[in-house]
Write a protein that binds this ligand. Sequence first.
Ligand code: SOE
Length: 407
Amino acid sequence: MTSTPTRSTPLNVGLIGYGFMGAAHSHAWRTAHRFFDLPATPVLHTIAGRTESAVADAAEQYGFARHTTRWLDLIEDPEIHVIDICTPGDTHHEIALAALAAGKHVLCEKPLANSVAESEEMARAAADAATRGIRSISGFSYRRTPALAYARQLEADGFVGEIRQVRAQYLQDWLSDADAPMTWRLDKDKAGSGALGDIGAHVIDLTQWITGTQIEQVSGTLATVVPTRPAAGTAQGLGGKGDASGERGQVTVDDVALFSARFTGGVLGAFEATRMAQGRKNAMRVEINGSKGSVAFDFERMNELEIYDATAPAGRQGFTRVLTTEPEHPYAAAWWPTGHGLGYEHTFTHEIADLVRAIGEGTDPSPSFAEALHVQRVLAAVEASDADGSRWTAVGPQHPTTEETTA
Ligand code: SOE
């Protein structure tokens, strides 16, 4: 897009990958401009995927006008303005560099890549592209959960006071069954790491974002609870059935990650990421304790934020359950009357609305690739700490914080 975009300006989207994230992002690209006043209208231009029959079905199901099995077609297509990367982490680096070099805006799913070195190169390329008006954002979509965006506002407004402690868990159970089959998320070459990078990355990003500080040191332990699994049969992203061969593949990533973190200023955080928490389906939990109060969130109750005001009269102190569906809460005014909650898919719609707005306004959206690079550094430090007997391990250089833009 060259001229100043207007609501009717088409923003042609090329999406790569048709799994769980491809579905969630496609829904968001179809929906964002219908609920938010945006400077352009996303157009589902082309979807790319490895298997002709599967990507043809996805194009039909998701609403893309075209499909291809060659992702470079999207990079080479002058009509496409945005590349949305919804593939496993081992492909992010190559696709993002090619897209940025071709002058395409980029949305890249998390984690940014499978290594610090790849992430550093992506962050450099994104910073350079930004000087040419090319926008990039990393897909830590949970920041756009109204309750979590509200928690960040409360923290920024001083509600919790001086931060005393951070506590974060991301609990899933889809791999508790030892016969749940192999998928790409269990292959280090594809995924980079297991629960640590897939779901631990979310709570690393969220706690840094909400507190406005960064993790400087970690001490971590990783475990692979189920070392082999039935070879992938119909296995998709988060489940499916193994094939009937009886073959079992080697799991090369962690099932459980536990780590302590020291934030800027010495605040300690306790982190847990696991796919073994039988009964916890998507319990992503963050609690920030401060000198004046606390905020606590559980994604399984995603329309609620628990707040504790330690400055309230002693007789009236206690956790309050705030239903974050009021017009005053971030993003909520775009949707339904008070009390009518939102879902997981809304976080992606908010993320894409903010990206489209940033492209139209010529600003850099957050989280940037630089912020995502710091998450990658934390992941690598946890792995290094685990390999070194869980010693405290320095994370490495900090990134310049960027102001959050929310709708
Ligand atoms: C699988 O653990 C997964 O799909 C993650 O990859 C997503 O980032 C998270 O939003 C839901 O769970």
